[in-house]
Design a protein around this ligand. Structure first.
Ligand code: FAD
Length: 621
């Protein structure tokens, strides 16, 4: 039979983690198999059809800089784009796109199907082949054995998934999909620490049954933001309006009347849910003093009437869902097309992983996405990309690669997960990064494209465009640093219009731009010249304005880098290191940090403990 069964890299699961993992491995030249339950659901958004948002867009743009698909698909599928925190500092600005879920899936599928070195196959992976603590392949539901040098597992919410609506529950990976129970059972037999988490989704509503006239309108930004460095506004489909409404006291009374049949409150669901994305019953119970909660009414696409009411995720019984929805202004006659539900699923403690997302117990096996206790498409995609890169590199006998915390949010995400573990679904926020001013969404390409090129992820077209941008930034910066404005010149007079205090001596344009009251548009007016590309102008403005803070953060990073580069053996016996408390020994023994810097981030580990470890390491040499 002429059917390929040997691959370099096998990726299980075609969600957001799996697709980025498979694309990265294939782009790096590894023969890659993407094995998934259903080819129709490649790139499916299980919940809200939106990409980006605070902290998350930083991940999307980093994935993009490393040649990933998420931002490109978003530009082809986005039906409303906005920049959140637009008036705040550049570190926390974030692009968010409402997408058409059908267009998004189609874009991902097209990218996958046209990727050289990538084979797609539809079937459930039921078993892993493990020999001498090394994974060597996968067995499918019908017994097909695929052999691979490395395997990436990205099973999302499917491991042992149970769907809850009120007191009724059934097995499922998400609504309409079967769970992955055989694989879940197999993972429980292997030496992994398995826990349960839960997440939920709101009922979906037919737009034809909604009265939008009583709701507030919300349009996207103009000009429309673009997600990918390679994207353009011309790719965007038709842009649409979203709406805002609110829950009422009556809604909350109805929700409360269902508490005795809530799977969460009656103990039917044991898994912990996402703190930052609580269900409506959670909000009503935890914030009892609030009489109303905001709901964003978001279209699911251009060719469907289905609406996503963002903010009313619920697993209450269906009769309560109908009454609660119909108590909301504009939804009085709403028809629910799909009930809301909660899903409980297995996740594996990410402390069992290395920075590459390879498991510590089974060589060549990588975990990425929701399986590691995270929530969100962007978090999943970021991990998938990293796991795919490393699975390919291991298959090619190359060294591991991962970004540090000061290089990328991807580095922050993975380091947080493997160092601290998580007992609730983990989502990204800008507050999780200590070097926020350096890790901005606007400079993700400048931070990571070089690495992407070296890894073999950045094609010639992107590389050319990137270098042109980097050169243009350098040229514009030099111009601002080299152009002087004399107080008695025409330019000086123009400058005085904008300055709080008139010029007393010569200043460079860069010095003027550092003044709080001056922005790039003023500089352009003063110098009667502006950079052709607004993105270049923005970048130069941010770099110059925040130079002081940025260089302070850079100094701190440099100081700490030594610790990042000092490796700790994974088999280090913390029990024999003198001067460490039992608590610290136990915590370090559980986490098994890979570097001194990672050890210092383990909760409760003091600088004194780090000194003891360094002394011990010196003695070992
Ligand atoms: P998934 O997107 O779940 O993809 C997993 C893929 O693996 C699927 O294609 C599946 O078919 C395949 N698969 C699984 N097991 C096997 C197997 N054994 N063999 C072959 N293929 C397999 N995120 C938020 O940010 N906010 C939310 O409010 C939110 N709510 C959610 C509500 C629900 C009900 C669900 C289900 C998810 C929600 N999410 C939410 C999470 C979001 O959907 C996930 O974080 C994201 O999809 C995870 O991506 P992933 O690639 O890890 O997994």
């Amino acid at each position: 039979m002429d059917f390929p069964t040997r691959f370099d890299v096998i990726v299980i699961g075609g969600g957001h983690a799996g697709t980025e993992a498979a694309l990265a491995a294939a782009r790096m030249g590894s023969q890659t198999l993407l094995l998934t339950h259903n080819i129709e659901t490649l790139g499916q958004m299980s919940c809200n059809p939106a990409i980006g948002g605070i902290g998350k867009s930083h991940l999307v743009k980093e994935i993009d800089a490393l040649g990933g698909a998420m931002a490109r698909a978003t530009d082809r599928a986005g039906i409303q784009f906005r920049v959140l925190n637009g008036r705040k500092g550049p570190a926390v600005r974030a692009t968010r796109a409402q997408t058409d879920r059908i267009l998004y899936k189609a874009a991902i599928r097209e990218i996958l199907e046209n990727q050289p070195n990538l084979t797609l196959f539809q079937q459930s992976a039921d078993d892993l082949i493990v020999e001498n603590e090394r994974v060597t392949g996968v067995v499918t539901q019908t017994g097909i054995r695929f052999l691979g040098k490395t395997v990436v597992l990205t099973t999302g919410t499917f491991l042992g998934g149970i769907i809850h609506i009120g007191m009724k529950n059934h097995a499922g990976g998400r609504a309409g999909d079967a769970p992955a129970n055989a694989l879940a059972q197999r993972l429980r037999e292997l030496p992994f620490n398995v826990g349960r988490l839960k997440t939920g989704t709101p009922p979906r509503i037919d737009a034809r049954s909604v009265d939008f006239s009583v709701m507030q309108q919300q349009w996207g930004d103009d000009p429309t933001p673009v997600m990918s460095f390679m994207g353009s506004r011309d790719e965007h489909p038709r842009q649409v309006c979203c709406h805002i409404t609110r829950t009422t006291e009556e809604t909350h009374d109805i929700i409360r009347s269902g508490f005795d049949r809530s799977p969460m409150f009656t103990g039917n669901i044991g898994g912990v849910g996402p703190r930052y994305c609580p269900s409506l019953e959670d909000k009503v119970s935890r914030f009892a003093d609030k009489s109303s909660h905001q709901i964003f009414v978001e279209p699911e696409g251009l060719t469907t009437h289905e609406l996503y009411p963002n903010g009313i995720s619920t697993s209450l019984p269906f009769d309560i869902q109908v009454r609660a929805v119909q108590s909301i202004p504009g939804f009085e006659k709403a028809h629910i097309m799909r009930p809301g539900y909660a899903i409980e699923y297995d996740y594996l403690n990410p402390q069992d992983l290395r920075h590459t997302l390879e498991t510590k117990f089974i060589q060549g096996l990588y975990f990425a996405g929701q399986i590691n206790g995270t929530t969100g498409y962007e978090e999943a995609a970021a991990q998938g990309l990293l796991a795919g890169i490393n699975a390919a590199r291991q298959a090619q006998d190359k060294d591991a690669w991962y970004p540090r915390r000061d290089e990328a949010y991807i580095g922050v995400l993975v380091d947080d997960l493997i160092t601290m573990g998580t007992s609730e679904p983990y989502r990204m926020f800008t507050s999780r990064a200590e070097y926020r001013l350096i890790l901005r969404e606007d400079n993700a390409d400048l931070r990571l494209t070089d690495s992407g090129r070296e890894l073999g992820l950045v094609d010639d077209e992107r590389w050319r465009k990137f270098n042109a941008k980097r050169d243009a930034i350098g040229t514009e910066r030099s111009r601002l640093e080299g152009t002087r404005v004399h107080p008695n010149s025409a330019a000086g007079e123009r400058a005085n219009q904008y300055l709080k205090q008139p010029l007393g001596r010569d200043h460079t344009l860069a010095e003027l731009l550092r003044r709080p009251e001056i922005v790039y548009a003023h500089i352009a007016d003063i110098a009667e010249y502006r950079a052709d590309d607004a993105i270049v102008a923005d970048q130069v403005e941010i770099e110059i304005k925040y130079e002081g803070y940025i260089s302070r953060q850079a100094d701190e990073i440099e100081r700490l880098r030594k610790n990042e580069n000092t490796a700790l053996p994974v088999d280090l016996d913390y029990g024999i290191i003198g001067g460490l408390s039992n608590e610290i020994k136990q915590k370090l023994g559980a986490v098994r940090p890979e570097t001194v810097a990672q050890a210092s981030r383990v909760q409760g580990v003091t600088p004194a403990a780090i000194s003891q470890i360094l002394v011990h390491m010196k003695k070992r040499e």
